[in-house]
Design a protein around this ligand. Structure first.
Ligand SMILES: [Zn+2]
Ligand SMILES: [Zn+2]
Length: 216
């Protein structure tokens, strides 16, 4: 098993959990959801001495993606994810950021769109892709089975789930994604989410009010 390490860097006025994920064997890693505050992300990369080889996006919302284009340019690395269904969000990041008063946003088109069943590598680690629509149509979850953890973006939170009132959101679809894709991972699976503290599937299955009575 390749040891995985992660450092969480809250960015943007939305306190979005940009995550620096890396493989300890190789020192190679990925920046997941660089929504902004790129100097703080750069500082974390330097502090952890990680060689960033790619940028990963969980979904197209501005707090997760507005810094991706500039970071791609600075680091010279490709962007992978999310699912193509979030293109309509990524094409309008500049306008959306302006509405929220966020500076420095750029629109972005990834180098690789992801679909359910795809695999992404980070160093020697392998991440399986689960397409989990509902919070946004193109939300994906990155699953590292060897280390039993996932990066779930805004699909699931500790004690809550993603909002579904934004364009393309669908509450029932989100519940279905959680029931059919995330709960089957098993109670031992830990996850890092897009906002707030990390958790694990077992704790959420037991205590998350949105998941009560859910059959997976
Ligand atoms: Zn979101
Ligand atoms: Zn978010």
């Amino acid at each position: 098993m390749t040891p995985a390490r992660a450092a969480i860097i809250p960015v943007t006025p939305f306190q979005q959990n940009c995550t620096l994920l890396w493989c300890e064997d190789t020192g190679r890693g990925a920046v997941v959801d660089p929504g902004g505050d790129l100097d703080r992300i750069a500082q974390a990369i330097a502090d952890m001495q990680v060689t960033v080889e790619k940028i990963l996006l969980t979904h197209g919302h501005v707090d997760h993606t507005a810094g991706a284009e500039e970071l791609r340019e600075r680091l010279g690395v490709p962007i992978e994810g999310p699912h193509h269904a979030d293109l309509f969000l990524l094409e309008h990041l500049v306008e959306t950021a302006r509405d929220y008063g966020m500076a420095g946003a750029r629109n972005v088109v990834p180098d690789r769109w992801l679909v359910d069943g795809d695999t992404v590598t980070v160093g020697d680690m392998s991440l399986d892709i689960l397409h989990c629509p509902g919070h946004s149509p193109g939300s994906v979850v990155y699953v590292n089975r060897a280390n039993r953890f996932a990066l779930v973006g805004d699909v699931l939170f500790r004690g809550s789930i993603g909002r579904t009132d934004l364009t393309g959101g669908n509450h029932q679809q989100l519940l279905d994604s959680i029931a059919t894709k995330l709960l089957p991972l098993g109670d031992e699976f830990g996850f890092i989410c897009g906002h707030g503290p990390s958790s694990n599937i077992g704790d959420e299955r037991a205590g998350n009010p949105y998941l009560q009575g859910m059959v997976s």
